[in-house]
Design a protein around this ligand. Structure first.
Ligand code: HEM
Length: 176
């Protein structure tokens, strides 16, 4: 539950930053993008911990009376969401590691903890890096839309069970 809500909060902040950054004063843009990178790398750490936790603590089974198509759709959405909480940070990190301004702008998590860029990307020649940078900007952005669509499906499914089917769905993700 804690991992679920921390990752949800992190992802909400990521979209909030991206959607508002262009309307901020020029000198606030770089710090906000740096914050986006810090939160994204934190989400990656949480995703790794979450997967390990889940492996050791399997979640409770779904209620018996959920229809097969609902189970299938829910499992498909959950697996895809797991994939994306890894793929979003990894594609962002690759994109950032290939940035030509990387050397002049070292990564620091939350402005404090020095962090590394991906060596095998950073060490490529400038033309290759530019290509990687551009390609992964596209991939990172496209996956962002896929993630948004999946979140919408996931939330709609949870609310359907909660409100239409009158199942204690949200309680599965709340303490007590
Ligand atoms: C959960 C993790 C993440 C989410 C949900 C996320 C989401 C997004 C989205 C939606 C965009 C806008 C793409 C577009 O306009 O085409 C974006 C841009 C960007 N992301 Fe991420 N991101 C994540 C992690 C990261 C990480 C870990 C890094 C780098 C270490 C990163 C670096 C960037 C950069 C540099 C941009 C371009 C910002 C700009 O200059 O406008 N992201 N991200």
């Amino acid at each position: 539950m804690v991992f679920h809500w921390l990752v949800a909060l992190g992802i909400a902040c990521q979209f909030l930053i991206i959607w508002t950054v262009d309307s901020l004063p020029k000198d606030a843009e770089r710090p906000m993008i740096n914050l986006h990178k810090s939160i994204g790398l934190t989400v990656l750490g949480l995703a790794i911990m979450r997967l390990l936790w889940r492996y050791a603590n399997p979640p409770p089974a779904m209620p018996d009376d959920y229809r097969p198509w609902e189970r299938l759709l829910a499992h498909a959405a959950h697996y895809s969401l797991y994939a994306l909480i890894f793929l979003m940070p990894i594609t962002g990190w690759i994109h950032d590691s290939a940035w030509k301004g990387a050397a002049a702008n070292p990564l620091r998590l939350y402005g404090v903890i020095p962090w590394f860029r991906l060596g095998f990307i950073k060490d490529q020649d400038p033309a290759t890096k530019q290509q990687i940078h551009d390609t992964f900007a596209q991939i990172h952005g496209a996956l962002g839309w896929v993630l948004l669509a999946l979140i919408a499906l996931h939330v709609a499914g949870a609310l359907k069970h909660q409100w239409l089917d009158r199942k204690p769905e949200l309680q599965r993700m709340l303490p007590g």
